[in-house]
Design a binder for this molecule. Sequence first.
Ligand code: AMP
Length: 636
Amino acid sequence: MTGEIQKRFHARSIEDPDGFWREQAELIHWDKPFEQVLDYSRPPFARWFVGGKTNLCYNAVDRHLADRADQNAVVYISTETGLEKNYTFRELHAEVNRFADVLKKLGVGKGDRVIIYMPMIPEALFAMLACTRLGAIHSVVFGGFASHSLSTRIDDARPLVMVTADAGMRGGKSVCYKPLVDEACRLAKHPPQNVLIVDRGIDREMVRIPGRDKDYTELRDAVGEVTVPVVWLESTDPSYILYTSGTTGKPKGVQRDTGGHAVALAASMRHIFCGKPGEAMFTTSDIGWVVGHSYIVYAPLIQGMTTIMYEGLPTRPDAGIWWKIVAQHRVSVMFSSPTAIRVLKKQDPKYLAQHDLKSLRYLFLAGEPLDEPTARWISDGLGVPVVDNYWQTETGWPILSAMLGVEETPRKYGSPSFPVYGYNVQLLDESTGQKVAADQKGVLGIVPPLPPGCLTTVWGDDARFVSTYFSLLKDRKVYSSFDWGIRDQDGYYFILGRTDDVINVAGHRLGTREIEEAISGHHNIAEVAVVGVEDKLKGQVPIAFAVPKNASGLVDSAAYRAFEKEVMDTVDKSLGGIARPARVHFVTLLPKTRSGKLLRRSIQALAEGRDPGDLTTLDDATALEQIRAALQRSAD
Ligand code: AMP
């Protein structure tokens, strides 16, 4: 029967994790073999490959020099600047060593933190690999985040160095990074001692702060040829931090280990993504998001593949650019997001047929629910299987997916298929803690230990790791994904949305609390509620309902719109354009329970034209009427 092989593969990983992961661990290089596959003596903290020593940079770069030194490791294409550059594994090795030497001379060593706040340029990838070469812990912060977001990440990680660039480019417009970095350092209590700048020559007015700011190109050119010894790390040593939003205003630093991360990614390339050494992989994400972090940088390189690093939009110069890249570089595995495909779907379908795409074997999509029309459109257009996979920043690699390297199973639209090996997934009833039956909705939980590659803790906060992720049930520790799921009679899973106040905009997770805090920062806002509202293109967009302290100026619609824009700009400045609400509605009262809890779900239901649900606890019914009226006004 179809599905039996993958089922047995999965079952073995759960019943015999030692045997299963011992085999997978052979996919990477160990400087010193591990003594124990798993130490689970302190649940829910899992320590994988204890006693083993390895290094991510060595596995991604040095290891390939013997067999593929002249193969392209990185193909960089920027449709923003027109620059295209290839780096063989030999050249990548040289660049990473130079970067490591520069960092080392700035005092960076094992365990030190380095923030990488960069546009999509090769130096960002070199910086990541240079850090892991030195045993330093990198924290890549998405280049679209604004100074407040950056400063909270600075204070949490306390980096010795920040690596940045003068500017990024988007849609032909430059986005200056340096003023944001300066402002973030000003806001931070623990700013970095050194800011290393890759000057792309975009921001000609860039001001340097003497003593602190260093020019990367100058320092790199002074280095010449150099080999910086790899620092062998304990498998359990942290390799990086990547922040993600939750229900509080304070983002969580997802901490990843070294050996488990390398093994998990190497195994995923074989069993899930089916990319072979020597082939090319094109992941269209950004290195600041987990998909890009794992599948632009580490996974394809560990696998000895060429990775395509793309700076630009999917529609510029035209909507055929991605397919042109696939054809030109004979990409075999592509990884993107449903939102990006929905953007392309609005364009002329001729673009899908203009290039020879026979090298392409699979298109993987993740980050948000994949709707059937989008999946059909792209799989029919490309003539390749489209594989929906479900995961989170916390896990670093897929939780649910078809595993076509294990067994070719049929896919169902709207479903990321089955639990991936290593994940003991259970759909649970929140109140009874029991597993729900087929076709019943439950919270998607993972019975620990979490497999290799998943977060090992929250950076600097073990207690938060346990209290946030393992409090789903009272009587036992089960990891909560904070997603609702359902499993059909055939064992296929479907994700139904978040259980918490986190929204997903174009595949990016945003905490409504963070946006509310940014809006509350406006001097004329007393109170605010932000909800995620369904959007045809981006999946969800944030909408705000705010109570102004003084509404007397908002008499006409021009003043109203001007104030709305001002509030939106506050979010831009604090968090970045990605969090900018699509609308801000002004009201005098927000709907709350008698105990003062905001009824976000009722607001969201109204904004999506649904029934607001049980309102017995509502304190003042006129508040909901105001929400209704505001929505009505904007619809007129
Ligand atoms: P992030 O950590 O930013 O990647 O966001 C993870 C969240 O995105 C998950 O908890 C889900 O809510 C959502 N998500 C990711 N992949 C999928 C998918 N394939 N289908 C449905 N939702 C997804």
